[in-house]
Write a protein that binds this ligand. Structure first.
Ligand SMILES: NC(=O)c1ccc[n+]([C@@H]2O[C@H](COP(=O)([O-])OP(=O)(O)OC[C@H]3O[C@@H](n4cnc5c(N)ncnc54)[C@H](O)[C@@H]3O)[C@@H](O)[C@H]2O)c1
Length: 336
């Protein structure tokens, strides 16, 4: 049994509280949020206890801190929690700057505690499945990939923090990082990034953008086109969607949110065409993700997404920001 404190009672705090309760693995759940009414409402919904950050740090009975706060607060909260000997789960993106992310990695190493970052796309059923198909060579070597992830502007964020690039990192760092991370895991290191961005919705702050495209060239030679958007019109019946297409030397795999989880596999091997469709069995990716973290604590094994992995994915997102700013391709080695 673990005693878990969730920092941040916003959208992700709610998602994580629901997941922990569904797993039934917590004796007591604690909620920390400087906005007392938010902490109280979330605590009441899940039979949790409201506490301050200092109280959960000082409480030796609490072994896990789960950070679901705005990204610009991650570094400070994670490092303090690790210094107090807590295992730390931190929502993605790990941080806004490489310097912050590396300080978090170091703190985790020094503490000897587990530190995992919430790159949850690795746990979504249709992404798990395409990962398996690619890894087993079902469509040969991957040559080109197209990914889309987008919806309307995340106006739920407290004080509209997503709108401020200095607080959220913008659409590449906050949203497309899911796809950058997934592709890095599947295809290996990225060499160069060429990106462009557009400022479309009225909710973003003046210096921010909310729609972007990035072309990633991997060291393997594969190319990926990644599009991320916070600029879809609000108030639509479906307000968020994803798409992928993996093209290999022997065929292709596609999946679109519009076709729910249906994954389409088309290959031509030795002149024999094959077509199949499948619906990967649905499971809650947030539960799977948090379960995997708890398993790594209990088994003293590597976490599935380490601080270092998350830092490398942040590097790709920062390269996209830089490329969009400079209007030229950026080598990953340029991003410090
Ligand atoms: N994995 C995913 O699918 C996913 C989806 C959305 C957001 N996120 C990430 O999750 C994080 C939180 O996003 P959100 O949408 O829940 O934001 P949000 O604005 O809905 O909620 C953030 C909450 O944190 C609280 N908070 C601020 N500072 C705090 C502090 N020092 N201690 C405790 N609480 C504090 C705020 O009062 C607010 O209630 C961000 O890093 C975001 O990028 C991940």
């Amino acid at each position: 049994m673990h005693s878990i404190a969730i920092l941040g009672a916003g959208m992700m705090g709610n998602v994580h509280a629901r997941a922990y309760r569904a797993m039934n693995q917590t004796s007591t759940l604690w909620i920390v949020d400087p906005v007392a009414s938010r902490a109280r409402v979330l605590a009441e919904s899940y039979g949790a206890v409201v506490a301050s950050f200092d109280e959960v740090l000082e409480n030796d009975g609490i072994d896990i801190l789960d950070i679901c706060t705005p990204t610009f607060t991650h570094r400070e909260l994670a490092i303090r929690a690790l210094e107090f000997g807590k295992h730390v789960f931190c929502e993605k993106p790990i941080a806004l700057k490489l310097e912050d992310a590396r300080a978090m990695e170091e703190a985790a190493e020094e503490s000897g505690k587990k530190f995992m970052v919430g790159h949850v796309v690795r746990f979504f059923p249709q992404y798990v499945r395409v990962g398996e198909l690619v890894a087993t060579g079902e469509v040969g070597d991957i040559v080109m990939v197209r990914l889309y992830r987008g919806g309307s502007f995340p106006s739920h964020g407290i004080d509209n923090w997503f709108a401020d690039k200095g607080k959220s990192g913008g659409v590449f760092v906050d949203l497309s990082i899911h796809d950058f991370d997934f592709l890095r895991k599947l295809l290996g290191p990225v060499k160069t990034v060429e990106a462009r961005s557009a400022a479309l919705s009225s909710e973003r702050k003046k210096d921010s953008f909310d729609h972007g495209m990035a072309i990633l060239r991997f060291e393997s030679g594969a190319l990926a086109h990644i599009e991320g958007s916070w600029a879809e019109p609000p108030g639509m019946p479906v307000n968020f969607g994803t798409f992928y297409e993996f093209v290999g030397t022997k065929g292709m795999i596609t999946n679109s949110y519009e076709r729910e989880t249906t994954l389409r596999l088309q290959t031509s091997i030795d002149g024999k065409p094959k077509y199949s469709q499948e619906n990967p069995i649905y499971f809650d990716p947030y539960i799977e993700e948090l379960k995997s973290f708890i398993r790594s604590i209990e088994g003293d094994s590597e976490v599935p997404v380490s601080g270092h992995e998350a830092t490398e994915s942040l590097k790709v997102a920062l390269a996209a920001n830089l490329s969009a700013e400079l209007h030229r391709p950026v080598e990953l080695s340029e991003v410090m």
